[in-house]
Design a protein around this ligand. Structure first.
Ligand code: HEM
Length: 547
């Protein structure tokens, strides 16, 4: 009898799964059919899934859907649709999927990036990041960004071969300085290493999400470091087992203890230096003041986690975008030349570009916009959004609890907005053929969309309530570095003929160019001397950031 009941229950459960799958496939946005129970898991490649997503958007429409296991997943392939759903309906589409390992176990739900937007802590976290990084506030970081870019120029001039490490150090030091009011000489410093170790452990879970753990873009050392880790994402009931039976907790909980210790140490360090007046204005010092004034409500440990978020989000994205810029310049020397003509005309050789030159360097700005468009680093648009209510769009049903990928790779290659998307063409951001003094004739602007022009281009930074809070800081890092590199160097491939492949990118959540060689040749003696002179000048200032 027991056996029969069990069989009947199992058969009923299987049938329920098949019917649910069948029904969802009929009413959700079009997409590949897949199979009952596993959905489309087997069809999502482990290698560069964003390319498959783009194909599906082309085949089934700019909003298409798949099922990752039982999780409905929406793939958005154009900016218009991303704005429609993630911005106009942001009250529904600004949440995150549930992250059991990465958020609940590893950090007791303290990492804002993974929190649902309904969480009070998430609101406080966004407020705190806004207060630290809004468009006017980021001007306080101009000083350190300028200093670090001078360090970078000197390193690139002396040791071109290791340029990639220097870009990463630059990006890391900006993040540490803007967050904790101190700079770093190397990415091997404790503060960077520990933060990266902690993020490395959580990233595979963030990417794969609940029950959708099928495509994984991480090297085996990371991916397999937690045996049986995905089971709990698919079967949350495992959390009801007695703690001692929850084998998947062990490594994560020991990492959590380590995280709590070092994040509290960093917070206390800022508190001490703020008290004795030696801490430059930074996100953490601002957050402590805001908390004291009741503007932000967080405990110490919540605050310590909250301020650490720029590590996971701000280093790879900035350094990776700078690599893309170099890759583009090596592939399009005529564009390098045109940008240098503009800089020579506006700045000359006697000084470096400064932040206040930005408005007078439209072509350089267009190069930066096009770099962010041509090969976006967060190819999948960052961490998936999730919906918190049933919805209908263009006649299709989007169930509550869907994961939403605004597939940045496909969005930036939408031919309606960006004709010839594979070409690096900064002119698409210039309003009219304006620059008549250059030798190259500008091509007419290819888009008239109000959100895609020189001054306004926030598309690479995501959507709605989840839009990147570090956007202005990131853009300033890009401007000061790109303009000064163009001012200072002729960029050359290692050997004259070996132009790096513009399509060779890594298979990571933040997909970066595969390593390539680049030579940084000072454009003239004046420039080389100025880089040396600035290097000497800044030594005292660098020390101020080393307390
Ligand atoms: C070129 C540089 C950067 C690019 C291209 C970039 C891009 C993005 C994108 C696409 C998202 C996802 C938004 C969404 O979910 O809709 C994001 C989120 C985020 N970014 Fe950035 N980012 C950059 C630099 C930075 C920097 C420098 C910081 C910090 C100082 C930062 C902090 C964050 C945070 C905390 C989130 C999560 C927001 C949330 O979950 O509510 N980013 N970024």
């Amino acid at each position: 009898m027991l056996l029969q009941t069990t069989i009947a229950l199992a058969a009923g459960y299987i049938l329920w799964g098949v019917l649910r799958w069948f029904r969802l496939r009929q009413i959700m946005p079009p997409g590949p059919l897949g199979l009952p129970w596993i959905g489309n898991r087997h069809q999502v490649p482990a290698f560069k899934p964003w390319k498959k997503f783009e194909e599906w958007n082309r085949e089934y429409g700019s909003i298409s859907s798949i099922l990752l296991g039982s999780t409905p997943t929406i793939i958005i392939g154009t900016a218009q649709y991303a704005w429609e759903l993630l911005e106009k309906r942001s009250e529904i589409y600004s949440s995150r999927p549930r992250f059991i390992m990465a958020s609940e176990i590893l950090s007791e739900n303290r990492r804002g990036l993974m929190l649902p937007n309904s969480s009070e802590l998430w609101k406080q976290w966004r407020k705190m990041l806004h207060n630290g990084f809004h468009i006017r506030k980021v001007q306080v970081y101009h000083g350190i960004q300028s200093l670090e870019s001078k360090v970078l120029l000197k390193q690139l001039m002396n040791d071109s071969k290791n340029y990639d490490g220097y870009l990463k150090r630059f990006a890391a030091s900006i993040v540490v300085a803007a967050t904790y009011g101190r700079r770093v000489d190397s990415v091997d410093e404790w503060v960077v290493r520990e933060n990266i170790a902690s993020i490395d452990l959580s990233l595979p879970f963030i990417l794969s999400g609940p029950k959708s753990a099928h495509f994984c873009l991480f090297p085996p050392a990371i991916t397999f470091s937690l045996p049986g880790k995905y089971l709990v994402e698919s079967w949350p009931w495992l959390l009801k087992l007695p703690r001692s039976f929850q084998w998947f907790r062990k490594q994560a909980e020991s990492r959590k203890k380590q995280d709590e210790h070092f994040l509290m140490h960093l917070l206390n360090d800022v508190r001490t230096r703020t008290k004795n007046g030696s801490c430059p204005d930074c996100l953490t010092s601002q957050a402590l003041v805001d908390r004291d004034q009741g503007k932000v409500e967080m405990s110490d440990i919540q605050l310590a986690y909250a301020v650490s978020s720029p590590f996971s989000a701000g280093i790879d994205t900035t350094a990776g975008t700078l690599s893309v810029f170099l890759l583009a310049m090596l592939n399009y020397p005529e564009i390098t030349k045109r940008a240098q003509e503009e800089i020579d005309r506006v700045i000359g050789n006697d000084r470096m570009p400064e932040f206040h030159d930005k408005d007078r360097l439209p072509y350089v700005q267009a190069v930066i916009n096009e770099t962010l468009r041509w090969r976006p680093i967060p190819v999948l648009g960052g961490t998936a959004h999730a919906s918190i209510a049933d919805d209908e769009f263009n006649g299709s049903f989007i169930p509550k609890g869907s994961s939403i990928y605004a597939n940045m790779y496909g969005i930036m290659r939408d031919t309606d907005l960006f004709p010839d998307p594979n070409l690096f063409r900064p002119d698409r951001f210039l309003p009219t053929p304006s620059d008549t003094t250059t030798t190259t004739k500008p091509i007419t602007n290819s888009t008239t969309h109000p959100r895609i022009n020189l001054k306004e281009f926030d598309l690479p930074f995501g959507f709605g309530r989840r839009i990147c809070p570090g956007m202005h800081l990131g853009l300033n890092s890009l401007f000061i570095t790109v303009s000064r590199i163009l001012w200072a160097f002729d960029l050359k491939p290692a050997q004259e003929a070996a132009i790096p492949d513009p399509d060779a990118f890594t298979n990571h959540f933040n997909s970066k160019p595969m390593p390539f060689e680049c030579q940084f040749v000072p454009r003239n003696e004046k420039v080389a001397n100025l880089i040396e002179a600035e290097w000497d000048n800044i030594q005292g200032h660098l020390d101020e950031w080393h307390h």
